[in-house]
Every structure is written in C-alpha cells, then in structure tokens.
Design a binder for this molecule. Sequence first.
Ligand SMILES: [Zn+2]
Length: 230
Amino acid sequence: MAGPRAVVLLSGGLDSATALAVARDEGFECYALSFDYGQRHDRELESARRVAAALGAKDHLVLRLDLRAIGGSALTADIPVPKGRSGEAIGTGIPVTYVPARNTIFLSHALAWAEVLKSQDIFIGVNALDYSGYPDCRPEYTEAFERMANLATKAGVEGTMQLRIHTPLVRLTKGEIVQRGAALGVDFGLTWSCYEPEPDGRACGVCDSCQLRRKGFAEAGLRDPVPAAH
Ligand SMILES: [Zn+2]
C-alpha cells in the first residue's frame, strides 16, 4: 500500500534530489513540484524531470510562473552571475542570485497542492550551513512558514490536517548532503547545479552554486559525475 503523500520541491539540483530521496526513504508517496519561473536556463528543469522519474515520484508537476517579469535577481534579470568568488565571500551577505521571495512563492504553491492532495507533508531541500546566504533557507523561516500554513488553509483551520514543512538537509554540510544522497541511491549525474552553463553546455565550475557543489563532493570523497568547464 502506498504511504502518506508528500509534496517535494524539486529544482533539479543535488539538494532537492537528496530531499526527494529522503522523503521516499521515509515511506512517503512523493509528488514532485518544479517551477519554470523564467530562470536563465532550462537545463535544471530537464534534470528535475529525470530525477523525479529516477526516484519514482508518483507525479511531477512543473508550474509556469513568470518571475522574470518581476526580475530583481541575476537568475531572472540581465544582471551578471558572480563567478570565481572566494568561499569567504560566498558565506557572507546575500548575493545577486537571490530571487526575491522565491521559497515563499514556491512553498505557497506546494501548500496549495498539498491541500488538494490531502497531504500534510512538504519537503524542501534548504540548507543553512553551506549555502549562499539566502534568508529563505534558514530554519526560522521554514518554521514560520509552517505556522502560517496551518493558519492559512481550510484543512489547518478545521483541524483535519497538521501541515509539516520537512527540511531534512537544513543542518547538514554540503559534504554530508552528498553522502546522504549517495547512500540513498541518488544518481547525481542526473542533477544540475550551475547557474550559468558554458556555451558548450558544461557546468561553469566557478559560479557560487558550482563551487558549493565541488566542495560537497570533495568533502564526501566522491567524484562528481557532472563535468565542469573550469
Ligand atoms: Zn556554474
């Protein structure tokens, strides 16, 4: 018999792939949710589709949201993606790749779908250790969203559901995330992290996301199956 349903936010990166693998391992029937939000490249959506299929998601919904019409980020406007920043710089401040209110927008859609699916569980692969300083990746944020969700929904107010936001990676290092994903059978060759691929399609290797990914594989003592140009 299928387990309880969970909605899992899936970007196509290694964190969300690992979060999906954790949800599956915990016995949930997983409904993956991705967004075609006007990001710079659609490579990550292709990865999300392949990861959802490989990890046996029951369904995979790709919602279109035009965040490019709002802009305000290097990922959704004509602002250069930072390359070659030091680890110290990556760990300080909020970079221009921050997409205004992105996780609030994504979690709100996940919440709506969860209510329709009668699911009480939403998984998001946020990480507050090896991350880019985005405020909507912190545990205080997801805890506040969980409280809000239980005030915002018919199911929450009627007491038929107690919604939980699961953040299984929030206190793991990037290396621990890679190890956890590998142990759960995630094929990292299907995932994609680079913010701005090279013209030949390879990962750049020098954007913040590529650098964090490299650090993760190095710490885990594993080889990244996705080659980077630099
Ligand atoms: Zn990159």
